[in-house]
Design a protein around this ligand. Structure first.
Ligand SMILES: *Cc1c(COP(=O)(O)O)cnc(C)c1O
Length: 357
């Protein structure tokens, strides 16, 4: 399919001070759009000036949450070129997410080529200051005008771009975590492994409660026993206990993070033993009490690595590693960001270059 390109005639000014960028509030000049109609398939792939959408208020996305999304970044190297990190993995995961919600499937290579074109067109928006990048947000949603519950016949695929600073304003500062013992984010058999908006809506109440109590993130427990660790906020979680790395297994309710996958590979290659298994909240609290918990961190595209400074569960709060960044988390952060920003050799084939125009 051809991608029709309509350039903006009124480009907007770039952020004045890219060192002060927040996350996801500034957008570039263009966006990608394509439509799906049953019988016709995907059609009218276009890059157009970023603009508001006109969508019928009866569209199913507003009522039944039929939406999936992805998140990846474009990084500017010291030499000035622009590159992506494992983008094919994001495309595949988006297909898996769409399948779970029964949104129409799409050609992953085509969507990736559209993203490369869009980033190429808006490449001047990729910040050139440390830790800043261009966040890429592909999303797909149902546009059926129908309040009845039917299979999806119409959908829209879009990609928007947002120059972002480092996700957590404190940088690599360890965060305080509240272990949520009532609300759950996802259940096995549900949509936990899919990157869909509904999972985030389910997380809002616990996140608000944690924030009110002065915590930065929620640690989610499994939906059946409320006993096994799943994720921390919108990130996967890893622990270093007695020299080994332990991370929750992908049981269906945990999002299969690409940062998680990359960390596991890097850790194994650095000689660590990595266990993907069930981890109970008791195991975590008792490892903390006994001083066996050496490090804990969250990992995801937005923050890369987010060290954890303390865990609070019911009426106990225990500190990790004196609230200091551990050497393992620091090493992972340096290696991953080194590869992403092109400062380190990519011996894994994870980097995809954006062509220069
Ligand atoms: C996106 C996401 C992650 C991290 O995935 P990455 O591919 O590493 O960015 C983890 N958990 C949740 C719930 C997510 O939505």
């Amino acid at each position: 399919m051809e991608i029709k390109i309509t350039r903006t005639t009124s480009p907007r000014p770039k952020p004045e001070d890219p060192t002060k960028l927040g996350f996801g509030t500034v957008f570039t000049d263009h966006m990608f759009v394509m439509d799906y109609d049953e019988g016709q398939g995907w059609h009218d792939a276009e890059i157009v000036p970023l603009a508001d959408l006109a969508i019928h208020p009866g569209a199913a996305v507003f009522h039944y949450g039929a939406e999936v999304f992805e998140g990846l970044k474009a990084y500017r190297t010291d030499g000035g070129s622009v590159q992506l990190f494992r983008p094919a993995d994001n495309m595949q995961r988006m297909r898996d997410s769409a399948e779970r919600i029964q949104l129409p499937d799409f050609d992953a290579d085509f969507l990736l080529s559209a993203i490369l074109k869009l980033v190429e067109l808006d490449q001047d928006w990729v910040p050139d200051v440390p830790s800043a990048s261009l966040y890429i947000r592909p999303f797909e949603f149902c546009t059926d005008i129908d309040l009845g519950l039917h299979s999806i016949a119409h959908a829209k695929m879009m990609v928007i771009l947002s120059p972002v600073g480092s996700y957590l304003s404190g940088g690599l500062k360890p965060v305080d975590i509240l272990i949520e013992d009532n609300d759950v984010r996802a259940v096995r058999g549900g949509t936990g492994y899919a990157k869909c908006g509904g999972n985030y809506a389910a997380a809002n109440r616990a996140a608000a409660k944690a924030e009110q109590k002065g915590f930065q993130q929620v640690l989610w427990l499994d939906g059946v026993h409320r006993q096994y660790i799943e994720e921390v906020g919108g990130m996967n979680v890893m622990f270093k206990i007695g020299g080994k790395i332990v991370t929750p297994a992908l049981t269906g309710s945990v999002l299969p993070g690409i940062t998680r996958r990359s960390c596991i590979q890097l850790l194994k290659d650095k000689g660590y033993e990595v266990e993907e298994r069930l981890i109970s909240v008791e195991e975590v609290m008792s490892a903390l009490e006994k001083g066996e918990m050496e490090e804990a961190w969250g990992c995801g595209t937005a923050a890369v690595i987010s060290p954890i400074g303390s865990f609070a569960y019911q009426d106990r709060q225990l500190v990790v590693n004196d609230r200091q960044i551990g050497s393992c988390a620091q090493d992972l952060y340096d290696t991953l960001t080194g590869i992403q920003w092109g400062r380190r050799e990519d011996s894994y084939g994870w980097i995809v270059k954006v062509p220069r125009n």
